[in-house]
Design a protein around this ligand. Structure first.
Ligand SMILES: [Zn+2]
Ligand SMILES: [Zn+2]
Length: 364
């Protein structure tokens, strides 16, 4: 009996010792891991970012790859619309319209097309601008965590381009490029002229679309009748007349043109309006979120937020479009112009075209 009790006590002691060893090992491993991963800047956001890093990596790579596909899609769809206009609609316009209307369609259509092509080409080929990587004299800048390099005001890191971008607005997959300081105007002008072009095609092609749609419906009905006749064919019945290939292609092209143009006009029109509102406020898409948070934070303290990069609605547009003198509205806005934006994007001095000196800093 005594021997049995001794054995039990020994077993309990051994188990206890084993448990203590496991506990010690756990604490040691935990300490090792913490000492290896310790960083005074680590917080919940950093941990969450690290956990989502594989997802970000995947999204970034897919977007980078799809960028090429999207650019090809824009070029392909635009070219198809232009081809339909030249092959199907222009001969019809020349035959049926009065000389004044022909002149208007030729002049407006070609001007709009040139503006679209010019601004799209410039938006995809112009670099948005990047801060210098080497040591420089930039003062009052933060450091980018990814590039480990100075990050001037309004600059943000693009994870798709893997670089910091000056006055970054967003990464546009349709351009396969970032929208920033040097190509922001090209991006907006492209959106605006593309919307205008789509609205022009939708309005001027409305009557043709209705006729073509009705013709396609008639085509379907005739096809149905033809099949019925073929099923109960007798020697005395002749099949109903069918549309020629040329007629079918014409009607389908007109319907395709109108549906595509009106859809793009709605979607791109909404995007253009949104960007126009941002430009009026002197903000980029990223700053819109930052400023809203800042506005709410200051509001709780009873203070008013003031955007340091806004010079007033009208002046914001003049700065954005680069209009220094009245004739620039014609030469720089209504005609293709490769002029550079104000400043270098590294510092934000008051542009010369801004008439009034305003308080430059936000009320903190
Ligand atoms: Zn960066
Ligand atoms: Zn980018």
């Amino acid at each position: 009996m005594r021997l049995l009790l001794k054995c039990l006590r020994l077993g309990r002691r051994r188990r206890f010792r084993l448990l203590r060893q496991v506990e010690q090992l756990w604490h040691y491993g935990h300490l090792c891991l913490r000492s290896l991963l310790y960083n005074s800047f680590t917080n919940g956001d950093v941990v969450l970012d690290s956990l989502f890093e594989p997802v970000y990596w995947l999204v970034d790579h897919v977007t980078r790859w799809f960028g090429v596909v999207f650019v090809a899609l824009v070029i392909g769809l635009t070219s198809s619309i232009v081809a339909i206009v030249y092959i199907c609609l222009l001969p019809l316009i020349l035959q049926t319209y009065t000389p004044a209307w022909i002149c208007w369609h030729l002049a407006y259509g070609h001007w709009n097309l040139i503006m679209i092509v010019f601004h799209y080409y410039m938006a995809i080929t112009t670099s948005p601008g990047h801060p210098p990587q080497a040591k420089n004299d930039l003062t009052g800048v933060s450091i980018c965590r990814k590039c480990i390099a100075p990050k001037p005001a309004r600059t943000h890191h693009c994870s798709i381009c893997n670089r910091c971008v000056l006055k970054m607005d967003h990464h546009c997959p349709w351009l396969n490029n970032c929208v920033g300081h040097y190509n922001h105007r090209y991006f907006f002008s492209f959106c605006l002229f593309m919307t205008m072009g789509c609205i022009y095609c939708s309005i001027s092609g409305w009557d043709m679309f209705r006729d073509a749609y009705a013709a396609i419906e008639r085509m379907k009905l005739l096809e149905k009748e033809r099949l019925q006749v073929a099923a109960n064919q007798t020697y005395y019945q002749t099949p109903p007349p069918t549309f020629t290939f040329r007629q079918r292609a014409f009607h389908k092209s007109v319907v395709y043109l109108w549906v595509l143009c009106s859809s793009v006009a709605l979607a791109l029109g909404a995007l253009t309006l949104w960007h126009a509102a941002l430009i009026t406020r002197g903000e980029t898409s990223i700053e819109r979120h930052i400023n809203r948070k800042e506005r709410q934070r200051l509001q709780k303290k009873g203070k008013v937020f003031r955007n340091p990069y806004s010079y007033g609605s009208w002046d914001n547009w003049k700065v954005f479009l680069g209009v220094d003198v009245p004739r620039h509205w014609l030469t720089r806005v209504l005609l293709p112009s490769p002029h550079l934006p104000h400043g270098t994007g590294l510092s934000w001095d008051l542009p010369p075209c801004v008439t009034e000196q305003r308080a430059p800093l936000l009320a903190i």
